[in-house]
Design a protein around this ligand. Structure first.
Ligand code: URA
Length: 239
């Protein structure tokens, strides 16, 4: 692929801007400056440097962000900062989208990609990919709360009762539960329907990926990492 095209589809700007970067000697491959924008470069396993920063060529890109509280999952945030401001502008230029959304005050694991089929697959309730949440409750939880969540609660826009896949108390006011539905405020609404109230919500896991484990070990709030093929396989634990 022509070098200027590689840069363009990896998010380094318009064709003209990419051509300029190359002509100015800002692009290196294997440590050598390549200043011909039309140079044909093999993309498989390609690592290139732009303005001294190393990048790996990725046909599609997959990311995991540890979302802090106070960020909106929107490209045009209205009242808070946007989660996209936590990602490098090259990835935003590639038009990565979040897989579903977390509320502005929810913290935890948020995935992004520019692979539409991947996003669709993970968002589809038919795929039953569990999302694991930890909720701090306003009142002590009880066995009744757990049983109600597991049995399924009525939500206004859902034709059938919505059950939690798992639910257990980690502490009197700390509930861990998983759901495979990605609806607006679903966890907060389920817990409200079961008779309690969420004070703080955190998503600790998505499919087989968990914050603090494996490829996400050491990821701090506000930080992101690329997800590689082996990490993506863990998203579908049963597959
Ligand atoms: N359910 C909620 O209520 N809020 C979130 O941010 C995610 C799931």
């Amino acid at each position: 692929m022509k070098l200027e095209r590689i840069l363009q589809n990896q998010g380094f700007g318009s064709r003209r801007q990419c051509r300029q970067l190359v002509e100015l000697g800002e692009v290196r491959i294997g440590g050598e400056i390549v200043d011909n924008p039309g140079a044909e470069i093999a993309t498989a396993g390609l690592v290139f440097e732009v303005e001294g920063e190393a990048w790996t060529y990725r046909e599609k890109t997959y990311l995991a962000l540890y979302k802090p509280s106070g960020y909106e999952c929107s490209h045009e945030p209205k009242h808070h900062r946007g989660v996209y401001s936590l990602l490098p502008h090259q990835l935003v230029a590639r038009n990565v989208q979040s897989v579903g959304r977390l509320d502005v005050d929810t913290t935890g694991l948020l995935l992004f990609s520019d692979d539409g089929a991947f996003i669709h697959n993970l968002s589809s309730p038919k795929k039953h990919v569990p999302k694991i949440y930890r909720a701090e409750l306003a009142e002590d939880g009880s066995e009744t709360l757990i049983q109600r969540l597991l049995a399924g609660v009525d939500l206004i826009d859902e034709p059938l009762p919505v059950p939690a896949l798992t639910a257990r108390l980690l502490a009197p006011r700390t509930l861990e539960m998983s759901v495979d539905l990605g609806k607006y405020h679903v966890v907060k609404r389920m817990i409200a329907a079961a008779g309690n109230h969420v004070e703080q919500l955190h998503r600790s896991g998505f499919g087989g990926l968990s914050l603090g484990e494996g490829c996400l070990a050491g990821l701090a709030e506000g930080e992101w990492v690329y997800l590689e093929a082996a990490d993506l396989q863990q998203l579908h634990p049963a597959a």
